[in-house]
Ligand binder design. Structure first.
Ligand code: C2E
Ligand code: MG
Ligand code: MG
Ligand code: MG
Length: 283
């Protein structure tokens, strides 16, 4: 009896496993063709200077719209892309697309900076910096108009990372640490890596008006950035009270749904036109 139960359970589990397995395989095979099928795009979320109210930069966020799966969220396909190595070709696409967009915006008189997310694996590609330089030149982009966001997870292989980031820094590209405060070796690498910007992780910002610890951590990261001569950006700002709190502690920039959700490039252009009209009132 026990054996039978075991077998039935096994069979059930087996089918479920097969299903999710074939789903994952299918998702991967679709992701493999996402670039050639023209299914990827970048959305842009403004980063607002809290003193002037100006939109100084945008974060580029990858979107995948697949014929079979529809809109697949980054939380699902980025880990898959990282596991399969597809992140290398996707990451190259992101770099080129961001530079192409910057070039197009420059031609329309929109001068801004775009921050792109870089996966740990990309830093260990032998031509990573070479490709960045190529893209800047090919699309006639000022290096300081491009920013790369590095997560703390990438900071592990210290020797390689220090030299790659040093090379990136020498090109004039801006370097920021994404999701700051969620990794484990933060203070150590602040000393060793040529960083320009800290981005306070949204998990601290989200609760900071209700949770004293989150408020204390946010203040401390802002002070830390000031003492180190770094710029600081708060992520995930959704409420006006959060903006006021951040202003009070002299956080330079903020990003979040309070200002705008990430939007496609056309919508972003429209938003910029609208925003200029309102920027005086916003201060
Ligand atoms: P991230 O780089 O920390 O990006 C911020 C995420 O927070 C984005 O989610 C953004 O849409 C969301 N967000 C912005 N403001 C708010 C807010 O006020 N409230 C809330 N609740 N969320 C907000 P998204 O676009 O789903 O991206 C998730 C993650 O996927 C990113 O986190 C990043 O780690 C990764 N990712 C996105 N695009 C790329 C890419 O091109 N390359 C790589 N390697 N990773 C990417
Ligand atoms: Mg980011
Ligand atoms: Mg982040
Ligand atoms: Mg994140």
């Amino acid at each position: 009896e026990v054996k039978d139960k075991g077998r039935a359970h096994y069979r059930f589990f087996h089918t479920e496993m097969n299903e999710s397995f074939s789903n994952a395989v299918m998702l991967e095979s679709h992701l493999r063709r996402a670039i050639e099928m023209d299914e990827l795009s970048l959305h842009y979320q403004p980063q607002v200077n809290l003193i002037t109210g100006d939109i100084e930069s945008f974060e580029a966020l990858l979107r995948w719209n697949n014929g079979k799966f529809g809109m697949v969220p980054p939380s699902q396909f980025i880990p898959l892309a990282e596991k399969t190595g597809l992140i290398l070709s996707i990451g190259r696409w992101v770099i080129e697309e961001a530079c192409r967009q910057l070039n197009s915006w420059n031609n329309k008189g929109i001068n801004t900076r775009v921050a792109i997310n870089i996966s740990p694996k990309q830093f260990f590609q032998s031509d990573f910096v070479g490709h960045l330089k190529w893209a800047l030149e090919h699309f006639s982009i000022e290096p300081s108009s491009l920013e790369i966001e590095v997560t703390e997870g990438a900071m592990e292989d210290t020797r390689t990372m220090v030299s790659v980031l040093q090379e990136v820094k020498e090109t004039g590209i801006i370097i920021s640490v994404d999701d700051f405060g969620t990794g484990y070796s933060s203070l150590h690498y602040l000393k060793r890596f040529p960083i320009d910007i800290l981005k306070i992780d949204q998990s601290f910002v989200r609760e900071m008006m209700r949770n004293e610890k989150d408020a204390a951590i946010t203040q401390t990261i802002i002070h830390l950035a000031h003492h180190l001569g770094l710029e600081v950006v708060a992520e995930g700002v959704e409420e006006e009270e959060q903006v006021n709190f951040l202003k009070k502690f002299h956080c330079q920039k903020a990003q979040g749904y309070f200002f705008s959700k990430p939007k496609g490039s056309m919508e972003t252009e429209a938003f910029l036109l609208e925003y200029k009209k309102e920027s005086k009132q916003l201060q």
